[in-house]
Design a protein around this ligand. Structure first.
Ligand SMILES: NC(=O)C1=CN([C@@H]2O[C@H](COP(=O)(O)OP(=O)(O)OC[C@H]3O[C@@H](n4cnc5c(N)ncnc54)[C@H](O)[C@@H]3O)[C@@H](O)[C@H]2O)C=CC1
Ligand SMILES: O=C(O)C(=O)CO
Length: 386
């Protein structure tokens, strides 16, 4: 069994043992645990993705809760090990929890936390950055400059797409998809078409109000449309950004057939999860459609890219950094720690995981609750009255 060797310990005499499988940004999360009598053990092993065996070794014989990462496989084996060690809580340091088998957690009575809300704007900003970079061919142009190829202004040099007046398509208009839509509509005066299983009334009201504002100022108003099928978005949008959860319904949502429906010069952005796109089909599509561009933060077989993707000039690729702002990453660590702490202390679960701001205020103690437990109903956990 591969044993993690390198561990940093805070408050060695704490009553509750909480393990974090990775060092996380900031110190507030550590202080909050230590103040509540936790011994905090942080795995500092220099190995990016810990195996199930590594994590079993970390859990050991007695462990009250674990804070883990989206790269780890939290299934039957780990929940069984955690439960045998007396553990009652696990939190992903992520809003997405497709790496977690929630049924297995339910079976072992382990609460599963995630970190919604705190990464909404940061992730949407990266999706917007990729949209702009793809539209204006910024990465290609940067490489051209650094290669010393620029020898003077030319009318046809790196001509890209104007966003103003074009249509932005959002698939999955939840927290992040809606934030991205607002940025693109307000920032670049794009019209919106979106597809989601649920209506996003707030988003629709925002676009309507902004359209009225523009009209009152003598400008062309922006418009919105809720598509009844995803195909409508694919066919009509000039920029399409993917923001759904990853589950059975969204696996390979973008594939050979759906790619063929998109405009030849469309831009496709993915800051959700890699397997939402069939990446082999995408590589083929990019090869045959040089004006089609993509901005990818996530990959089907992370950390790897499918063969050929890295060679394509019409693809911009970044290493899953959409939530990587200091405020967000520190906030994710705080929410993950408070999820675990809340369960250990027997606190109720916060009633609205879309409203986690009170937990992020550095100048006040956090509410006595777990900010977001995804299986709270299945476990019959009490809900906070706050
Ligand atoms: N690249 C990155 O670093 C990050 C990636 N993410 C990913 O983004 C996802 C979304 O996060 P949030 O917006 O906070 O979640 P959310 O739950 O607010 O939004 C997800 C939306 O997807 C919709 N949806 C579900 N199935 C669908 C389907 N078949 N077709 C269309 N829409 C569907 C839901 O109705 C919901 O509105 C996370 O689950 C995570 O996987 C989140 C943060 C950072
Ligand atoms: O929170 C998530 O789901 C992430 O992907 C982290 O960046």
């Amino acid at each position: 069994m591969a044993k993690p060797v390198s561990i940093e310990v805070w408050n060695p005499n704490g009553k509750y043992r909480v393990v974090s499988t990775k060092p996380m940004p900031g110190t507030r999360w550590i202080n909050l645990l230590v103040e509540q009598d936790c011994r905090v053990e942080i795995c500092t092993q220099k190995k990016t993705i810990l195996s199930v065996e590594d994590i079993i070794a970390l859990i050991g014989d007695k462990c009250d809760g674990v804070i883990g990462q989206l790269t780890e496989d939290w299934g039957e084996t780990l929940f069984s090990a955690l439960s045998k060690a007396g553990g009652k809580a696990f939190s992903n340091m992520a809003v997405g929890y497709n790496n977690v088998d929630v049924d297995a957690a339910n079976k072992h009575g382990v609460a599963v936390g995630n970190t919604p809300g705190v990464l909404t704007e940061t992730t949407a900003e990266l999706a917007a950055s990729l949209s702009l970079a793809a539209a204006r061919r910024i990465v290609e142009a940067d490489e051209f400059m650094r290669a010393g190829l620029y020898d003077g202004w030319l009318p046809n040099l790196f001509v890209g797409n104007l966003l103003k007046g074009q249509t932005v398509g959002v698939i999955g208009a939840g927290r992040i998809g809606s934030a991205y839509a607002r940025m693109m509509v307000e920032g670049f005066k794009m019209n919106l078409i979106y597809y989601d299983l649920y209506q996003s009334t707030r988003l629709e009201k925002f676009v309507t109000a902004y359209g009225e504002f523009l009209k009152a100022n003598g400008e062309k108003p922006v418009t919105w449309k809720r598509a009844s099928t995803m195909d409508e978005v694919l066919q009509q949008a000039d920029v399409i950004s993917l923001h759904p959860v990853l589950d059975k319904t969204t696996y390979h949502l973008v594939n050979k057939e759906t790619l063929a429906q998109m405009k030849k010069e469309a831009i496709l952005i993915n800051c959700s999860r890699g397997p939402v796109i069939d990446e082999v089909a995408l590589v083929e599509h990019l090869k045959h459609n040089p004006m089609f561009r993509v901005g990818l933060d996530v990959f089907e077989d992370e950390p790897y890219m499918k063969p050929g993707l890295a060679d394509l000039k019409n693809a911009i690729v970044v290493p899953h950094i959409a939530s990587a702002s200091k405020w967000t990453r520190e906030g994710m660590a705080t929410l993950a720690a408070l999820n675990v702490l809340g369960k250990i202390k027997g606190y109720p679960v916060w009633s609205d995981p879309n409203r986690v701001e009170p937990f992020l205020n550095e100048n006040a103690p956090p509410p006595a609750a777990s900010p977001s437990i995804v299986n709270s109903k299945a476990l019959g956990l009490p809900v906070s009255k706050l």
